[in-house]
Design a protein around this ligand. Structure first.
Ligand code: KG4
Ligand code: ZN
Length: 361
């Protein structure tokens, strides 16, 4: 197939607990999301306080054909109109990844379509290309030239990485978490506080209640590794610090105000470290933009503080963060990443496509 720009791409994402399928149409560098279905398994995994891989795999297998039909219906499209399949091959939970890959292979075989394998982390970065750059609705990102080099911060449930992006497909990991990812820290803290899974959105809601009531936050948590010379992170100590505070103030554990104050402080501790290290990398590498991605970047306070810090400290640097609905796992980001890989000629013989739980950029 020639590397044309008029393409209808089917994206498939099953790296964790959400079964996601999206259909993207690209015509003359203009991008249109025809459908973007996310079938969440959160209710099933909630009782385990996290994702239970064997169960997630079974749910993907059950959901994929249904989600595929729904995506076609929503897009008002016949499967014959699809030109290309993009599927996440890693990083993620291996049994879950295989479900998406096997589904992609079966479709490719049936519809005689090429497949491009997609890296989940790259997809989180390229989720920014699903909406216009920054605040300017007129700038169409598929054509954006003035963005690189860029510093990308990917913060999700499984990853926290600072990446130097020189151009499409050219990445260098500058630093990453040595233990828990930032999203994991939100999730584990929520569990300690007796809150639901996933913890990020719940902690955000409690924190915002506290901020609205202008309650003074009496709790102080550390900012791990913030002033170290590297670009690495460590969040597991934060969760332990929360645990000690909860234990030492046992009586207060269930008190609403205590939980709210803890949520404000844990959220702020994570935000402080992420902003400080990302801006330091942006300064040192003299980049043109800062690009965020991953579930944690759906956090309103993080988005607000990042934006204002970039504006105040480096007004010439562009700041990109995906639309909230494209921060957490979805298949539209996989389809757009597939588009850029396809343009670079990265289709792969379906027989040779395999899941790689530890895939690196
Ligand atoms: O990118 P994602 O959907 O899945 C992975 O690739 O892991 O990220 C999920 C993570 C979870 O840890 C969740 O708690 C966190 O993103 N998250 C948030 C928010 N929404 C999701 N963290 C903070 N604030 C949020 N609003
Ligand atoms: Zn993700």
């Amino acid at each position: 197939m020639e590397k044309k720009d008029n393409l209808t791409i089917l994206g498939i994402e099953t790296s964790c607990d959400d079964t996601c399928i999206a259909i993207l149409k690209i015509k003359n560098y203009q991008l249109k999301i025809l459908s973007n279905i996310v079938s969440s398994q959160v209710k099933i995994h909630r009782k385990y306080g996290g994702v239970y891989p064997a169960l997630a795999k079974r749910e993907h297998q059950k959901n994929l054909p249904l989600v595929f039909k729904k995506a076609l219906r929503r897009a008002k499209l016949s499967s014959k109109k699809i030109d290309l399949i993009a599927v996440t091959i890693g990083p993620g939970l291996e049994p879950c990844l295989w479900m998406g890959i096997n589904f992609a292979k079966a479709l490719s075989n049936k519809l005689k379509l090429p497949i491009v394998p997609v890296n989940h982390i790259e997809a989180h970065i390229l989720a920014n290309w699903l909406s216009p750059v920054g605040e300017n609705p007129k700038s169409q990102t598929l054509n954006s030239k003035d963005i690189f080099p860029a510093i990308c911060l990917v913060v999700s449930g499984g990853h926290t990485q600072l990446i130097l992006m020189k151009s499409y497909g050219h990445y260098k990991i500058l630093g990453e978490t040595r233990d828990d990812a930032a999203g994991e820290c939100f999730d584990k803290t929520a569990r300690i506080l007796g809150l639901d899974y996933p913890g990020g959105p719940i902690i955000e809601a409690y924190a915002s209640k506290c901020q609205m009531s202008k309650l003074k936050c009496q709790i102080e948590l550390p900012r791990p590794m913030i002033y170290q010379k590297n670009y690495d992170f460590s969040f597991s100590g934060l969760k332990t610090a929360v645990l000690y505070k909860v234990k030492s103030e046992k009586r207060k554990k269930k008190e609403e105000k205590f939980i709210q104050a803890m949520c404000v402080e844990i959220q702020q501790a994570i935000i402080d470290v992420l902003i400080y290290k990302t801006l330091k990398a942006a300064r040192n590498y003299k980049v043109k933009s800062i690009i965020l991605g991953g579930g944690v970047t759906a956090n309103k306070e993080l988005r607000k503080q990042f934006r204002s810090n970039v504006k105040a400290q480096m007004s010439n640097v562009k700041f990109l963060v995906p639309d909230k609905k494209y921060c957490t796992d979805n298949a539209a980001m996989v389809a757009v990443a597939g588009y850029f890989s396809f343009k670079r000629g990265h289709t792969k013989d379906p027989e040779k496509i395999e899941a790689n739980a530890n895939l690196r950029l």
